[in-house]
Design a protein around this ligand. Structure first.
Ligand code: N01
Length: 531
């Protein structure tokens, strides 16, 4: 008989992935499961990213679970997008609705997970001093959770308050203060736009200008919501067979196949409707794959920047110089924010940050930007950052950090060779999509595999080296068919100093990913071995 510290499965992380994994493993597979999260509440990403302006850039009707039909009917919404507090409320509601709370242990960080080869068990330790064993470990650690605070000289001397957006404390007031924001990615543009009207003075430290289009948030009518609820089955079928899984049909029309006038009209329609993924993927089929098509989208957005931003020098600084090939951004009035008298833009590519001083930020031109508060919207050690911060060791005691020293890899975004019975939700080289439908896909597939292994009484299942190498090559080949590797962004690890351009996503879309997973399962879980 096993002791009380033994579980069939341990789940780490209480975001979208972890909550669903706990439900499936416990209720469908009838396993004894415990979920740990270091946070004081459920929600994962949405627990931590409480910064002003935080909003999902996926439309509400597909930023949710599809698997619970009653929940889909029950959960009401009245805006096109949902804010961070709304997403958090939704996940809290789900945790209660699925009766998950008793099996979730909050305020408990997993510090160690070692695979014991003699017992075929994972040994797990927590920062609360507890130790557990489990046959399976399901890691739902989050793609974008390990915060990146650049190592600026002098940060510790700063006498004001500083925060990273991904670890935003409760109850921060910025009213009337002199605030600096470093970073202009998806997060930066949201926080900058949201706080500008409230702060006394805002200094934005921009390293790379961004292409952004309006998000188009606003109320939706009860009739719209009713329609969505009526057609949810069809909606999810479409989403799960699509590329980016954002709830629209991707265009199949090449941009250069229409006249310039028609092209501009299509871009304008997308601009008016709003949505970053819509602008990139619903307008034309080849914005993300063909440089000429991409240039048309770049020119359209640049013309908008010139039109919106009144000061020509500021407009020039805001003009992106690279391809339109990062995760597409959308905003609630970002460029117009620079027309405000209290907002100043500092281009830190031409005038880098020299140091952080007790009073603010000093740039290399020797100007000291006086600040009461400094906000780091500097992103995350994406994808593997939370794995390498935990002491995870597989066969032969190999630390995952060493295992991935040349960049993180996996088989199917789910398993990695030498780490038996460990299944990752949103591991490296998983799908590049709206995340909840991909998360559900992975959780369901992982649970099917665990069911097979467990019911057959097999001690372990693990990916083979050959399968993992094959998947890595496939992901690289697909990525190279797009323009994404040519732009410097976290998607290819460019924001982690020293990391070579690393493919970290499967970019063929959710529909194709699901077909790949089905094929693997239908072929007796090809690429996995059990012992
Ligand atoms: O992070 P980022 P993010 N000095 O890495 C700059 C999701 N998300 O948190 O571009 C100066 O994109 C960096 O500059 P550069 C979404 O998937 C979703 O904004 O590297 N600047 C960049 O401007 C998104 O893609 C939503 O030159 C420095 C910024 O910091 C992902 O999270 C909302 C610097 C980091 O941008 C990440 O977005 C928010 C330095 N040393 C986020 N280091 C939704 O809407 C970094 N930067 C759902």
């Amino acid at each position: 008989m096993r002791d009380t510290n033994h579980y069939d499965a341990i789940v780490v992380g209480a975001g979208f992935g972890g909550l669903y994994a706990l439900r499936k493993l416990r209720d469908d597979l009838r396993l004894k499961v415990r979920l740990f999260d270091k946070a004081s509440g459920v929600g994962g990403t949405w627990h931590w990213n409480r910064y002003p302006g935080a909003l999902s850039d996926t439309e509400t009707f597909v930023y949710c679970y599809s698997n619970d039909k009653d929940l889909l009917q029950e959960w009401d919404f009245n805006t096109r997008y949902i804010t961070q507090p709304q997403v958090l409320r939704y996940l809290e509601y789900v945790a209660d609705r699925w009766n998950l709370r008793d099996d979730i242990q909050l305020n408990t960080g997993v510090t160690k997970a070692h695979f014991d080869e003699s017992a075929n068990l994972w040994e797990v330790a927590t920062d609360t001093g507890e130790s557990y064993t489990a046959k399976f470990i399901v890691t739902a650690l989050g793609l974008l959770s390990a915060t990146n605070v650049p190592d600026f000289k002098g940060l510790q001397s700063f006498q004001g308050d500083w925060y990273h957006t991904g670890n935003w404390p409760q109850g921060v007031s910025l009213e009337g203060k002199r605030v600096g924001v470093i970073g202009t990615g998806s997060t930066g543009i949201q926080v900058i736009t949201a706080i500008a009207p409230e702060v006394g003075h805002l200094t934005v430290f921009q390293r790379s200008p961004q292409y952004s289009v309006p998000v188009g948030n606003g109320p939706v009518s009860p009739t719209y919501v009713k329609l969505v609820k009526t057609y949810y089955d069809e909606i999810w079928d479409q989403v799960k067979d699509s590329t980016v899984a954002f709830g629209f049909r991707e265009s199949s029309v090449p941009a250069m196949s229409v006249s310039e006038e028609e092209r501009k009209a299509i871009f304008q329609k997308a601009w008016d409707l709003g949505g970053g993924f819509r602008f990139m993927f619903e307008t034309f089929a080849d914005i993300a794959t063909n440089e000429e098509a991409n240039k048309c989208a770049q020119d359209f957005i640049k013309a908008k920047i010139a039109e919106i931003v009144k000061n020509p020098a500021t407009a020039l600084k805001l003009m992106p110089k690279d391809l339109y090939a990062k995760r597409p951004l959308c905003d609630s009035g970002y460029y117009a924010t620079y027309n405000r008298d209290n907002v100043e833009l500092v281009d830190v590519k031409e005038n880098p940050i020299a140091e952080i001083t007790p009073q603010g930020v000093r740039t290399e031109d020797d100007v000291e930007h006086a600040l009461d508060v400094l906000i780091f919207a500097t992103g995350f050690e994406a994808v593997d950052g939370n794995y390498t911060r935990v002491d995870i060791r597989g066969r032969g005691g190999e630390p995952i950090k060493e295992h991935w020293s040349n960049g993180p890899t996996s088989y199917l975004g789910i398993a990695t060779v030498g780490f038996p019975n460990m299944f990752m939700i949103l591991g490296p080289n998983g799908p590049f999509t709206n995340l909840p439908p991909s998360i559900e896909t992975q959780v369901e597939w992982i649970c099917d595999l665990i069911k097979e292994v467990h019911s057959a009484g097999l001690p372990v299942v693990e990916a083979t080296r050959e399968a993992e190498d094959g998947w890595t090559n496939t992901c690289r080949e697909i990525a190279n068919m797009t323009l994404f590797p040519k732009a410097e962004s976290w998607i290819f690890g460019a924001n982690t100093p020293g990391r070579p351009n690393t493919v970290m996503f499967y970019m063929a879309g959710l529909g194709e990913y699901r077909r790949q997973l089905n094929d693997v399962a239908d072929n007796g879980y090809a690429g996995f071995v059990s012992r």
